[in-house]
Design a protein around this ligand. Structure first.
Ligand SMILES: NC(=O)c1ccc[n+]([C@@H]2O[C@H](COP(=O)([O-])OP(=O)(O)OC[C@H]3O[C@@H](n4cnc5c(N)ncnc54)[C@H](OP(=O)(O)O)[C@@H]3O)[C@@H](O)[C@H]2O)c1
Length: 251
């Protein structure tokens, strides 16, 4: 059985990945925090502390650790991880990226994701980059911030949110296979404009914001892949089951 280290295994995607990998790989989780669970390894990708120990005997790394509020940290953490992975003889590194990140110059985080993809591809460590669209939980979290105002004007940005558990299944499958450079993008089953996402979210949660669709100033960059078949629950199904639960991105 492969030994897989999941960086970011304590995060939203990571927590969805762990049950999917159970019984199919010997799984370890890298976290900056001490955790008594036997699968957890304490380590920090910024300093490299604990990394050599965490990588001992590991054949595959799923790299899902990230700090969206500090984009350069993602680039630096990945550099540290790649050096340690090379040293440890890792045979497959899977990097979780975002659909369309290379098309969006306006977001520093998306620029960093693109930079990290290139860093990994040129590292010499056998790798697979797999991009996903925004998770339902993340879209809901962003909307919960936006809908604090009584009136919310929103442009019709199309999004294709995906069920994180379905995305995790695809990513696990990629990690259990051979390195392929780039795996097919992972997307949700429907493309929906932002105002519709906001209205349905407000209806499902009882938020009193009035959403107003407004014309966009510019053409939207493509964050969707309507040409691919989507996986997992639709936004409406997710809302019905989870909209009123505590959001994992809320801290
Ligand atoms: N959210 C989305 O909608 C979405 C969509 C597509 C792709 N993605 C990508 O999927 C990946 C996972 O996203 P997520 O939303 O699941 O992230 P998340 O919930 O914010 O989790 C981030 C994880 O990174 C770890 N981390 C941060 N700094 C670290 C450091 N210095 N050393 C070690 N670990 C560190 C944290 O672990 P500890 O706190 O335990 O150390 C945490 O578990 C990211 O690369 C993201 O870009 C996300």
């Amino acid at each position: 059985m492969n030994t897989i280290l999941v960086t970011g295994g304590s995060g939203v995607l990571g927590r969805a990945l762990l049950p999917t990998l159970e019984g199919r790989a010997d799984v370890r989780v890298l976290s900056r925090h001490a955790d008594p669970r036997p699968t957890y390894r304490q380590g920090d990708l910024s300093s490299g502390a604990g990394l050599a120990d965490a990588l001992r005997g590991v054949s595959t790394v799923i790299h899902a650790a990230s700090q969206p509020s500090r984009p350069q940290a993602d680039v630096d953490m990945t550099g540290v991880l790649l050096a340690a992975a090379r040293e440890a003889g890792v045979r497959h590194l899977v990097y979780v990226s975002i659909v369309g990140c290379d098309q969006v110059r306006a977001f520093p985080y998306y620029r960093a994701k693109t930079q990290v993809e290139a860093l990994i591809a040129g590292s010499g460590v056998p790798c697979t980059v797999v991009r996903a669209t925004q998770f339902h939980e993340f879209v809901a979290f962003m909307l919960s911030r936006l809908t604090r105002a009584p009136l919310l004007p929103l442009p019709g940005l199309p999004l294709q949110p995906v069920d994180v558990y379905a995305a995790a299944q695809q990513i696990a499958q990629v990690a259990l296979g051979a390195p392929q450079g780039r795996a097919p993008d992972i997307v949700g089953p429907q493309v929906l404009p932002l105002p519709e996402l906001a209205r349905t979210w407000a209806d499902a949660t009882g938020a009193r914001t009035r959403v107003l669709a407004v014309p966009a100033a510019r053409r939207f960059t493509p964050l969707t892949r309507s040409d691919l078949s989507g996986v997992g629950r639709t936004w409406a199904e997710w809302l019905a089951q989870e909209a009123t639960r505590p959001n994992p991105y809320a801290g």
